[in-house]
Design a protein around this ligand. Structure first.
Ligand code: T5A
Ligand code: NA
Length: 212
């Protein structure tokens, strides 16, 4: 019917973010969630930050792989700029009805930089004005357990002592709106849980919750 078409056109996609320590399983779960939602007929895309494909992203990638050195503040602002350069495209996708599953977002920016000792509020400031997620899922794993997974690959932050500090920073960021999932469960169990909570969120957004 006419009304049905209007509803469809007006409904927007959901901005869903997965966060956690290195090796918590975000990338595996994003891929599974993408195919699950596609299978259900949803318009959905999988994104990740850092997006290493842009000019800024290449600077970040070079830093993470220890091929370049940067002041802690400078790299923090590059991570943030990497989100800002994608903001308008993200907004357009969401408004056109596409759900975005995002592997890391502003919270990673704040958690990792503040774990180096940078001021917490200073770290948050450049993120103000980016799109607010409709759902943040924290894949919860201890730094010790994460370190056992497939071995760290040697990127800059993949060290147990540093990851312990990142875990502490995340504890300061988590609020009641986040959903925490035990990341040590079998992959299939986490997948099932994520499917349930993301579907709930997508339905809410389709009902017309405005994008903040
Ligand atoms: N960063 C990022 C900042 O400092 N500031 C920022 O603003 C942003 C956005 C790069 C680094 O940049 C930092 C954070 C990072 O240190 P990245 O490229 O996203 O970020 O790298 P990671 O997030 O660290 O990606 P990883 O590949 O290390 O971890 P994932 O994606 O969490 O984990 P995944 O899915 O690849 O799984 C890791 C291993 O565990 C196994 C998998 O098979 C794999 O071997 N696994 C499980 N094993 C048992 N049980 C389960 N449930 C499992 N799930 C996965
Ligand atoms: Na990593």
């Amino acid at each position: 019917s006419h009304q049905h078409n209007d509803l469809k056109r007006d409904s927007r996609g959901a901005l869903i973010v997965l966060e956690g320590l290195d090796r918590c399983g975000k990338t595996s779960q994003c891929a599974r969630l993408l195919s699950t939602l596609e299978g259900l007929g949803y318009s959905v895309e999988s994104w990740r930050f850092p997006d290493r494909t842009t000019g800024v992203g290449r600077m970040i990638s070079s830093y993470l792989s220890n091929q370049s050195q940067l002041d802690d503040h400078a790299i923090h602002l590059l991570f943030s700029a990497n989100r800002w350069e994608k903001r308008s495209l993200m907004e357009a996708k969401l408004m056109s009805g596409t759900t975005l599953i995002v592997d890391r977002y502003s919270y990673s920016g704040v958690a990792f930089s503040s774990a180096k000792g940078l001021d917490f509020q200073w770290c948050k400031a450049p993120e103000v004005g980016l799109l607010a997620p409709d759902l943040v899922v924290y894949l919860d794993i201890s730094p010790e357990k994460a370190a056992e997974r497939g071995g760290y690959g040697g990127e800059r932050y993949e060290q147990l002592e540093f990851q312990k500090k990142v875990a502490e920073s995340y504890k300061k960021l988590i609020d009641t709106s986040w959903k925490t999932v035990d990341a040590t469960l079998p992959i299939e169990d986490i997948e099932k849980h994520l499917k349930e909570i993301t579907l709930e969120c997508i339905v809410e957004c389709q009902k017309g919750k405005s994008l903040s």
